[in-house]
Design a protein around this ligand. Structure first.
Ligand code: IVH
Length: 674
């Protein structure tokens, strides 16, 4: 050991060993309990920060005996019960009414205590004469497992309580803060280990470690929410007062405990408030626990075999569910990028029924090792698009085989390619029907030629019917034919005609953006229009002239040059000219300030924007584009090879994550996708 941490750890261990020997072996304590506790806390904190320095003989690991190798059974003096659930406001109200009736109708039930329902692992901790002597998991409610050594490593659980009664048993939840969960996963990834699927599982796994040093390194946390038994201590009349007392003893009671004295409306007020704050906290909660405050009334009501009658868990819609992954398919994007996604047995998660979830790319499928037929965990938190977290390996079929990325484009059958250094596969076929449609949809979108009444379905129809092969065809489209299609009345044909007409006079920058030139987003479209002033000048620009334009890197310059020197693109441009589309300035008007007050972080490589362009596009619209994700971030835009920490942070804070298409829409409308 050479650094300062190591030195301090060494010194603390020596001191604590001496004090322990005096306390345990000679029954002659050398220091007050509080001071001993402070030393232990300091040592635990240092060991948690430097897990590599944890040794099996450290006092944090060996208090009261050798580290546990098995979990001995522990019989709970007072059974650890479960809670009945309410799944909507009505069920919650009926429960309160039922309870009121049981109490005798005209008796006022009195105050309620609302608490968060933490998503972790229940434990019971026993203190004797103020010293932590035993900690056990809930187990089956009557008998749990002895996890004393592991619980001793949890920094927020005091080893010693000042002025505690002779016997005090408290119940609470062991959990992992989201920040500690991310840190744990970062370490797992760095070590080449599998990521933990969620904080709950990680917390449970961390608590049930045979080696307490491992538990210590996980930084578990704890909230106490209930008194088990107390002997020789104060008498309480109310649950709320009990919690205040436990807090006064130094036990960690959550800050969002509320005594509600204005009846069920007040309870519903708490529920609604925290339904909206689900992603504001550094730990997960999956419901609200409502408890009758009066302990006398609690006794009067009693319990069923399973759960007390005086409490209920109002469950929030689950954000993770298990379902069957029916198949993995690949969708081809408008520009040819091939994205694997999971087709799922429909599952209600995060408040909606989910049938598909993205798997991003080949590497992600490999890393998660999800396979068709697997039972998988699907997550949909907040507004973020649903994702497959991972497989439930215990339920995997014995004959399952890893999924292979398809070799051919599912739309046109041409072999897919994965360009060197890129995460995404692509369909290289310019004439792939998906890409043909994609280019027309791109051309018609807001921010480009903004052609109303030309949605995806119509583009699909017109392409399938042979009316459109490229965007140039739009300006000589056969409206007589369209009038014969089902669903096209006179008005809708007239509307479409007017919309196409109106698009002829869009600013040049919109047109340049609409052409689907690789790497040219709306900002570069405007930059090019402003720099060259006309389509002809742009088409004739040399590579050097393009490269000299401020804001254009060599990659974009090469891409633009190549685009305009390709015969097929020239043909389309001539069709547009013949169709009367505006090819010259005036320079595009200033863009709308759609992003005022919004903060958008960009990570990874986008196809249509360099990093500077993406930031410039955000700033031009009045938004901010900081380099890191925080609570204030409105959205994170994710391109290829994004920064893992930004994504993790966004997930932690439930900041919506957008792909490039979502970013385009956000720029155009200032709104996040629904
Ligand atoms: S009170 C006898 N309060 O929920 C009542 N439980 O489904 C004891 N839980 O096993 C439970 N947060 O693990 C209570 N604020 C809270 C809670 C809570 C989470 C868990 C606990 C319990 C489970 C019951």
């Amino acid at each position: 050991m050479s650094d300062t941490d190591a030195g301090r750890i060494d010194a603390l261990r020596t001191l604590i060993r001496r004090y322990n020997a005096a306390y345990y072996e000679k029954d002659a304590p050398l220091i007050p309990d509080g001071e001993w506790d402070a030393l232990m806390r300091e040592l635990r904190a240092l060991e948690a920060a430097r897990p590599e320095l944890v040794t099996p003989d450290s006092p944090t690991q060996a208090i009261g005996g050798a580290p546990s190798t098995v979990f001995a059974p522990v019989t709970h003096a007072v059974a650890m019960m479960s809670l009945d659930n309410a799944f909507d406001h009505d069920e919650l109200v009926s429960w309160a009414e039922r309870l009121q009736r049981r109490l005798g109708g005209d008796v006022d039930a009195g105050a309620w205590v609302c608490e968060l329902k933490f998503d972790g692992l229940a434990i019971s901790i026993r203190y004797e004469d103020g010293r932590l002597v035993q900690a056990a998991t809930r187990g089956d409610g009557r008998t749990g497992e002895d996890v004393t050594h592991n619980v001793r490593t949890i920094a927020s659980i005091p080893e010693v309580l000042a002025e505690a009664p002779p016997v005090l048993e408290v119940r609470g939840e062991v959990f992992l803060r989201l920040s500690d969960f991310s840190a744990l996963n970062r370490r797992a990834e760095a070590a080449g280990d599998k990521r933990y699927v969620n904080p709950r599982n990680a917390a449970a796994g961390s608590l049930r470690q045979k080696n307490p040093a491992v538990t210590a390194s996980r930084n578990l946390s704890f909230w106490v929410y209930q008194l088990g038994q107390v002997r020789g201590g104060p008498e309480f009349e109310s649950h709320y007062d009990t919690l205040q007392y436990l807090r006064s003893l130094g036990l960690p009671v959550n800050e969002h405990v509320r005594l509600v004295t204005d009846g069920v409306p007040g309870v519903l007020g708490f529920v609604e408030e925290f339904e909206g704050r689900r992603h504001d906290l550094d730990y997960e909660f999956d419901g609200i626990v409502v408890k009758l405050d009066s302990l006398a009334r609690q006794r009067e009501l009693g319990s069923t075999a399973r759960a007390p009658r005086w409490a209920i868990a109002y469950k929030l819609p689950p954000e993770e569910q298990i379902t069957t992954l029916v198949d993995i398919e690949v969708s081809i994007g408008p520009s040819g990028s091939a994205t694997p996604f999971a087709r799922l047995e429909p599952v209600f998660v995060g408040g909606v029924t989910v049938t598909t979830a993205t798997l991003h790319n080949q590497d992600q499928v490999r890393e998660k090792d999800v396979r068709p037929g697997d039972r998988v965990i699907v997550r949909r938190a907040g507004e973020v698009i649903p994702e497959v977290v991972g497989p439930v390996l215990a339920e995997r079929a014995v004959d399952s085989v890893p999924w292979e990325f398809p070799t051919a484009c599912p739309v046109c059958g041409v072999a897919l390619v994965r360009p060197e250094g890129e995460a995404r596969h692509r369909c290289p076929n310019y004439d792939c029907p998906r890409q043909v449609r994609g280019r027309i949809e791109h051309f018609a979108q807001r921010g480009a030629m903004d052609i109303e009444h030309l949605g995806e379905q119509r583009v699909d129809l017109f392409v399938t019917e042979g009316l459109l092969a490229d965007v140039g065809d739009l300006y000589e489209i056969d409206f007589d034919k369209i009038a014969h299609f089902e669903g096209f009345g006179e008005t809708s044909v007239a509307n479409l005609r007017a919309a196409i007409d109106a698009s002829r006079s869009r600013p040049l920058g919109n047109l340049v953006f609409g052409l689907s030139i690789p790497h040219v987003g709306s900002t570069i479209g405007e930059v090019l229009a402003a720099a060259f002033g006309s389509m002809d000048a742009l088409m004739e620009a040399s590579h050097e002239e393009l490269a000299a334009v401020e804001g254009l890197g060599p990659v974009i310059a090469a891409s633009v040059y190549e685009f305009f020197h390709h015969e097929r693109n020239r043909t389309v441009i001539e069709k547009l000219r013949a169709g009367g589309v505006n090819f010259t300035g005036p320079e595009p008007e200033d863009v709308d300030l759609t992003l005022v007050g919004l903060s958008i972080v960009v990570t990874g490589t986008l196809e249509g924007y360099s990093r500077d362009e993406a930031e410039a596009a955000i700033k031009r619209r009045g938004g901010k584009s900081p380099g890191s994700v925080s609570k204030k971030t409105t959205a994170v835009v994710v391109g290829a090879a994004p920064g893992a920490s930004k994504i993790t942070k966004a997930e932690e804070l439930a900041v919506p994550i957008l792909d490039e298409a979502g970013f385009d829409r956000l720029l155009a409308t200032g709104r996040l996708p629904d």
